[in-house]
Design a protein around this ligand. Sequence first.
Ligand code: NAI
Ligand code: ISE
Length: 344
Amino acid sequence: MTLRIGVIGTGAIGQEHIERLHNKLNGSTVVAVNDINQVQAEGIATKLTPQARVHASGQALIDNPDVDAVVVTSWGPTHEEFVLASIKAGKPVFCEKPLATTAEACLNIVNAEVASGRHLVQVGFMRRYDKSYRLLKEQIDNGNLGAPLMVHCAHRNPSVPDVYTGDMAITDSFPHEIDVLRWLLNDDYVSAQVIMPRKTRHTRADLDDPHMILLETAKGVRIDVEVFVNCPYGYDIQCQVVGEDGIGYLPEPMSVLTRKDARLSHEILQDWKLRFIESYDVELQEWIDSVKAGEVRGPTAWDGYFASVTADACVEAKHSGRIVPIEIGARPAFYDRISSNPSA
Ligand code: NAI
Ligand code: ISE
C-alpha cells in the first residue's frame, strides 16, 4: 500500500519534504498540498507533484478522504490548529518542530492524543535520526565515556530570514538541542540559565545574537549551548560530551581535505538542508513505515511538550537574568511504550 500524504505549508522545509515524500522515499506519495500563500502552493504542486490537489485551507486538506496522513510544515504558530484537527480526524500527523509555540498549546495536543487512545503525532526532531548523533549516543550508552559530566555544544547558522524574530533562537533553533541532548543523555532538565554575550554586528537591530544557554539535568550534568544564528562562516553543529573516562565528539560532516592556494582546508556546509539531508530521509522513511505498520514510533507529542516547557524556562531565564527551574508534570503512561526518554 502507498501512503497518501497531504502537506500543509509549502515553504522551505515543506518543499524539501514534498520532494522526498513524493520522489525519493519508498511507499509514499503526496496527493494534496496547502499553503496560505495559494500561488506558492500551486507553483510547488505544478513543479513537484503535478497530480496533487491544492486545497484552499489546511482543514480542507485534512478532511480530504484521499489523504491518509498529514505533514505539517507551516509556521510554528499554526501547528496546534493543524495537529489538533488531524487528531480529531483520526489521521497520523508528522509535525515539524516546534510542536507548537507555547507549552499550553503542546499540552492541548498531548491531551487530545491521549484522549484519542492512538499514537498519531510525531515531531520533526530529526537529529535523533542523524548518523553522527547515533554514533555519539552509542559511545554514551555502551559506557565507553563513563558517566557524562558536561556537554559543550554550538548551533551556528550563517543567517536567518526576516520572519525569524524575538526569542526564536530559543524557541525555534534551540529546541533541536533540547530534544537531542535529552535523548542522548537519557536524562531530563531541571534548570536553565541564559547569558547574553555582546551582540554581534552581523545581526539585525531587533534580534539578539548570540545566546549562551546553560542547562542542568536531573543527574547533575551541566550543558552549555552557544546559539549563534548570524555566524558568518557557515552552518555548524557541534557537540562534545565530557564523561568520567573520556570525551566523545560529534563527528564532523564528511568533506574532502584540499590543498589549494596556499591553504589546507575542509569545506563548511552553509545550511541545515545539507547538514541533515540524510537524517530527514531516515526520519521520514521510518515515519512512513511506522504509519503503515499502524503506530507512529518517533519523537512524541510529549517530547514536543517537554521541549516547549524547557524553551519557555530559557526565555524566562533570559529576560529575568535568573536561574529558572524546569518543572514538568508526570508523563502520561500512554507514552511509556513509545518513548526512550526518561521524563518524569
Ligand atoms: P517558511 O517560512 O519557509 O515556510 C512556512 C510556510 O508556511 C510558508 O510558505 C507560509 O506561507 C506557510 N503558512 C503560514 N501560515 C499558514 C497557514 N495558516 N496555512 C498554511 N500555510 C501557512 O518556513 P520553514 O523554514 O519552512 O519552517 C516551517 C516549519 O518547519 C517551522 O516550524 C520551522 O521551525 C520548521 N523547520 C524545521 C527544520 C528542521 O531542521 N527540522 C528546518 C527548517 C524549518
Ligand atoms: C530552523 O528552523 C531549523 O530547524 C534548523 O534545523 C535549525 O538549525 C535552524 O536554526 C532553525 O532556524
